[in-house]
Write a protein that binds this ligand. Structure first.
Ligand SMILES: Nc1ncnc2c1ncn2[C@@H]1O[C@H](COP(=O)(O)OP(=O)(O)OP(=O)(O)O)[C@@H](O)[C@H]1O
Ligand SMILES: [Mg+2]
Length: 527
């Protein structure tokens, strides 16, 4: 691992990197940045949350002269939220250099995009459908594009974007640099690479386990009808700082987020049937902490980087192991720890074992949290909130009445009553979710990655795993980064990023631009 000064980057780019709080480069950045700067085609694979965006973003920005007034780089992402997020990171990295970039995605007013395009962006970050729209309207020309990045290329294929990507790339000059990035590389990616890349360098930073090292993984065996109770107990017991709960279908997400709200949780749902405005709103609320449970379909599985996500809960098991890897990868990012729970119905145990096999990772079984554990969890949070006030806040205006009360009542009684008030009663609303069919086990070759070396330490430094994925206090978000590894990132959390588009079977999430249902017959990995 290196410091960024070793790549020979210009001072303005370095300054932006420093300001983002990146101290040392991650392994995928170490390997990719020199190759990308050199101009070769590149296939980059590294675990979730290890800085792939900057691995292509830094060289991209470095190579574009500020005086350039044509579109010279194109980044494609599968979902809208991801396009927005990547654009934000590129924007921050080019802050001092002044490189101009623009996200282009479905659901946003096209007139506004056309106006923004008149400001001569050099980098376009877009979803395939809306990009084609602009190309057809001649509001985007790709004749001068020198670099193309396909972020989460396999997902774009799964979502049926192959034809769109092909049409788009046929309009980009042959003489170009093309780069692919993802945490997983199923074989269909090889086909895409053969078709669109020239003598690509393969950069793979995949240790023994494809799943990121800082994520503790567990499953809880539950019957379909117990799932909601299990979820509320788990949320009570663990009191996540931020949690993402994945559901299988849009209906599921709607029902679940509504049910959680009724029970008094601060939750909201994200899926491809919501308007772009609604999607942006939900993501903004999640990023700024005004909700702490995001219920989502796989639309949120790929690439999303929200700091402070301590828990991922698979309310429904995902169909594909790669989806599992990406979903749980929403936590345990940038050197922080996270925990991923999966609910597994008895008939899905085989499927779970299949996921374990493919990801070469044992997933520990945990018991359903008991009512007592749930209550204890809630009380612990109340006690923490109370102590925080004791330590940090001025509450002298309450002291006189406290003294009065203590003259008449026992202190333990009083404190217990105050805690009861603070904890709030769990609203015992009856919740009925429409049952989902269990996932059936599929037989695929259990091989997930290319190289096999055991990886010691995380990509963000070594030995920063404290072991047990302990629950974190609810109210300290944005505060201490005690879980951070060797690579600090000065914790900026910012609004308005996110991503999405879709799968066309209406039972599944339609992320907004999808063409065909996904084919899931492929094996997982690169060979
Ligand atoms: N060198 C670095 N030091 C510290 N933090 C970094 C570094 N590089 C990137 N980060 C931060 O790490 C987080 C994860 O990065 P990013 O989203 O690029 O991961 P990714 O590898 O693309 O993950 P995914 O596979 O989920 O898309 C981001 O918040 C990013 O700003
Ligand atoms: Mg990414």
């Amino acid at each position: 691992m290196k410091t960024f000064t070793e790549f020979g980057l210009e001072p303005k780019v370095l300054q932006a990197i420093t300001e983002l709080g990146f101290e040392e480069s991650t392994p995928i950045q170490d390997k990719s940045i020199p190759i990308a700067l050199g101009g070769s085609d590149l296939i980059g694979q590294a675990q979730t949350g290890t800085g792939k965006t900057a691995a292509f973003g830094i060289p991209l920005i470095s190579k574009i002269p500020v005086s350039e007034d044509r579109i010279v780089a194109l980044i494609m992402t599968p979902t809208r939220e991801l396009a927005i997020q990547v654009a934000e990171e590129i924007g921050k990295l080019s802050r001092y250099k002044g490189t101009r970039s623009l996200p282009i995605y479905g659901g946003q007013d096209i007139g506004r995009q056309i106006r923004a395009l008149k400001k001569k962006p050099q980098i376009i970050i877009g979803t395939p459908g809306r990009l084609l729209d602009h190309i057809n309207r001649k509001t985007i020309r790709l004749d001068d594009v020198q670099t193309v990045v396909l972020d989460e290329a396999d997902e774009m294929l799964d979502m049926g974007f192959m034809e769109d990507i092909t049409s788009i790339l046929s309009l980009v000059p042959e003489e170009r640099q093309t780069m692919l990035f993802s945490a997983t590389m199923p074989p269909n990616i090889q086909k895409l690479a053969q078709r669109f890349l020239k003598n690509p360098e393969h950069v793979s930073v995949i240790p023994k386990n494809i799943t990121a090292p800082l994520i503790e993984q567990a499953y809880i065996e539950v019957h379909e009808r117990q799932k909601f109770e299990a979820l509320s107990r788990l949320l009570d017991m663990e009191s996540p700082e931020l949690a993402i709960v994945f559901g299988r279908t849009k209906r599921r997400v709607d029902e679940l987020s509504e049910a959680l709200q009724k029970r008094g949780y601060s939750a909201d749902g994200l899926h491809g049937d919501l308007s772009q405005n609604q999607r942006d709103n939900v993501m903004r609320k999640f990023r700024d902490g005004s909700i702490d449970v995001l219920v989502a379909t796989d639309v949120a599985a790929r690439g999303l980087d929200v700091s402070g996500v301590t828990h991922v809960i698979n309310f429904d098991l995902p169909q594909d192991p790669e989806s599992y890897v990406h979903r749980i990868g929403r936590t345990g990012r940038a050197g922080k720890e996270g925990i991923a729970y999966s609910f597994v119905t008895p008939r899905e145990i085989d499927h779970l074992h299949f996921i374990e096999k493919v990801t070469r990772q044992r997933i520990a079984r945990k018991p359903l949290p008991s009512m007592a554990e749930a209550i204890e969890g809630k009380q612990r949070v109340t006690a923490e909130r109370l102590l925080e006030i004791v330590q940090n806040e001025e509450f002298s205006e309450f002291k006189a009445s406290a003294i009065q009360l203590l003259e008449r009542y026992d202190s333990v009684h009083l404190l217990a009553a105050a805690m009861k008030l603070l904890t709030g009663e769990k609203k015992d609303v009856n919740v009925e979710l429409t049952p989902e069919d269990p996932i059936r086990a599929k037989k695929r070759r259990p091989d997930v990655r290319s190289s096999g070396r055991r990886f010691s330490g995380g990509p963000f430094g070594s030995g920063n795993r404290s072991g047990s994925g302990t629950p974190r206090g609810r109210d300290n978000r944005g505060g201490g980064d005690s879980n951070r590894g060797g690579y600090g990132k000065s914790g900026s959390r910012d609004g308005g990023r996110g991503r999405s588009e879709g799968r066309s079977d209406s039972r599944y999430d339609n992320r907004g631009e999808s063409r065909r249902p996904r084919s899931s017959s492929d094996d997982f990995v690169n060979k």
